[in-house]
Design a protein around this ligand. Structure first.
Ligand SMILES: [Zn+2]
Length: 269
């Protein structure tokens, strides 16, 4: 499936507006960017083989979940992709409030668009041009090797493969050059290449981050204090981020109300 040119340009424009004041080549911290855009970002290690993430609107609030068991470069791409779903596809008025991503290889129109948005957000055309000019000194592409891709990876916080896909999309590399650079990765592995240039090796490792917006925790605690939820529900929420409930010096439980708070963080199954 192909996007038409108008839609493509439209997505590029939205990605550019989303980047706003970022002067770096890439986005140093996409999680922070998502928060600044007003989304509640939840990161949790739900296992390598589990789904990648989801975007959701709930009570007029945009939520982005990402699986931090995946390697960081992939998790970054997932969050950029989910921002794309929020910008392009989700709307409470139209009754579409959730999109879950098992993989990022979906071929539906929405998935192709969200991937394109993420690519434009993380590796905008003019930033790639600048990088090639100022950092690679317009080195002829026939002479590029895996180390150059590792440099691009580090500057744009993307995976080796994503860098290649985007460079092909931007017509910087042809099929033959891509194959040669893929070979380079197969022989050396992306982390060795990153190591060699003192690049960002973390991109190849999962962060296993457990991040829940502070507001959710505060809300849970105040709901407990207001006796709206039982201690067990508060405990469940705090367990999620490895905080033992005893650490909070909360007043003892008096209410026996059984209103469940679990659905706050349950997300989707
Ligand atoms: Zn998606």
């Amino acid at each position: 499936m192909q996007m038409n040119k108008t839609r493509q340009l439209n997505i590029e424009r939205i990605a550019e507006t989303t980047r706003e004041n970022i002067t770096d080549y890439g986005i140093p911290n996409v999680f922070e960017v998502a928060e600044k855009l007003g989304y509640r970002v939840i990161r949790y290690p739900i296992g390598e083989d589990s789904f990648l993430g989801f975007s959701m609107i709930r009570d007029a609030e945009g939520i982005i979940f990402s699986n931090s068991s995946t390697i960081l470069s992939r998790e970054i791409f997932t969050v950029a992709h989910e921002i794309g779903h929020h910008k392009l596809h989700l709307s409470e008025q139209e009754g579409k409030t959730i999109i879950k991503d098992e993989t990022l290889t979906g071929h539906t129109e929405e998935e192709i668009e969200a991937n394109y948005f993420a690519a434009c957000l993380l590796m905008p055309r003019e930033k790639v041009d600048k990088f090639i000019r100022f950092e690679l000194h317009d080195k002829p592409v026939e002479k590029w090797n895996g180390l150059d891709i590792a440099r691009i990876q580090t500057a744009f916080s993307v995976s080796y493969d994503m860098a290649l896909i985007r460079l092909k999309e931007l017509e910087k590399l042809n099929g033959e050059q891509i194959e040669r650079l893929k070979q380079d990765k197969a022989e050396n592995t992306a982390s060795k290449l990153l190591n060699a240039i003192k690049g960002n090796i973390n991109l190849c490792i999962s962060s296993d981050a457990k991040i829940v917006p502070a507001e959710y925790l505060e809300w849970a605690i105040s709901n407990y204090n207001e006796k709206l939820i039982p201690k067990s529900s508060l405990e469940a929420v705090l367990n999620y981020v490895d905080i033992p409930v005893e650490e909070l010096n909360l007043p003892p439980e008096k209410s026996d109300k059984d209103e469940s708070f679990d659905d706050l963080l349950r997300g989707v199954d």
